[in-house]
Design a protein around this ligand. Structure first.
Ligand SMILES: Nc1ncnc2c1ncn2[C@@H]1O[C@H](COP(=O)(O)OP(=O)(O)OP(=O)(O)O)[C@@H](O)[C@H]1O
Ligand SMILES: CC(C)(CO)[C@@H](O)C(=O)NCCC(=O)O
Ligand SMILES: [K+]
Length: 263
């Protein structure tokens, strides 16, 4: 089995697939899949225990402590058999994506993987890839695979919780049910409306900016949405976005499929 891992700042997502199915299996069609909150990483060890894993490809943006925790988890789950862990890293060019960051290694490896995944799913068209996790990132990809750069903002939950944490009168909102009416008549709805408008507004502005850069290609621009908050934000966008779950894992699968040796 191949084990693909996306360690974000809130949750670890993983997928299992047969190595023989690389290049045949559809992207995102895995024999197993799961996710846990970062603090529950031990449950991941239990979930993958017993699988005959020959290779592990990991995107980790949760720091050195998470890296060490993943190493311990792999040791516990895979027992005596030493399995090499490959740490996916952003680079100047890979699997059809050219990284436009001044320092390519500075780009979050989850963003680079998500771009590769988006391009593999929707080749040959310009894309705006919005990943709505702990942070929201909005990244512009041209039809030829050039990543122009992107935006980083607090994710939906982080935006709302920062209000609750730093004010006396604002509560933590339990959900983000926002109707067509943007001007709310109560505190909960006002917070939900404001945070959703900030998220959808940023993505809308990025769409307009990318369309302006694309000029005559703008008509083909597609908006791809992923991450835990994608469903809450999607209805408030100015365009119909394609929602893709687990885009980072799909990107890691694409990396293994398109390049025989990752990173
Ligand atoms: N059902 C939901 N409705 C609205 N927002 C949600 C929902 N589930 C999660 N979110 C929001 O999505 C964001 C990230 O959620 P999630 O826990 O899925 O993280 P993630 O996408 O795995 O992120 P990371 O990769 O950064 O760990 C948070 O802002 C959270 O508040
Ligand atoms: C922006 C996040 C937190 C999104 O998960 C991650 O991609 C990250 O830590 N990036 C490093 C900085 C950058 O991408 O420019
Ligand atoms: K930090």
């Amino acid at each position: 089995m191949l084990l693909l891992v996306d360690a974000g700042n809130t949750r670890i997502k993983w997928a299992l697939m047969q190595p023989a199915r690389l290049g045949h299996a559809e992207l995102g069609h895995w024999s197993g899949y799961g996710s846990v909150r970062n603090e529950d990483i031990c449950q991941m060890a239990d979930a993958i225990k017993g699988e005959d894993i020959s290779r592990v490809l990991i995107s980790n943006v949760a720091g050195a402590e998470m890296r060490a925790a993943l190493e311990r988890m792999a040791l516990r789950a895979l027992g005596m058999k030493p399995v090499p862990l490959t740490w996916f890293a952003s680079q100047a060019e890979l699997a059809g994506v050219r990284n436009g960051y001044r320092d390519p290694a500075q780009l979050g490896c989850d963003r680079f993987a998500a771009l590769i995944g988006a391009r593999a799913l929707f080749p040959g068209v310009p894309l705006l890839v919005a990943t709505c996790g702990t942070a929201t990132t909005v990244d512009a990809l041209d039809a030829d695979g050039r990543f122009r750069g992107g935006m980083i903002l607090p994710g939906l939950g982080l935006m709302a919780s920062s209000l609750a944490r730093n004010t006396a009168q604002l509560p933590q909102v339990p959900q983000y049910n926002v109707g067509a009416q943007p001007f709310a008549d109560n505190t909960h709805d006002a917070i939900a409306s404001g945070c959703i408008a900030a998220q959808a507004g940023a993505i809308g502005r990025a769409l307009a900016a990318h369309a302006a850069l694309l000029e005559e290609d703008a008509g083909r621009l597609q908006c791809i949405l992923s991450g835990g908050a994608a469903g809450a934000i999607s209805p408030h966008l100015p365009v119909v976005a394609r929602q893709v779950d687990n885009l980072v894992l799909i990107g890691l699968q694409a990396v293994l499929t398109l390049t025989q040796s990752p990173c």
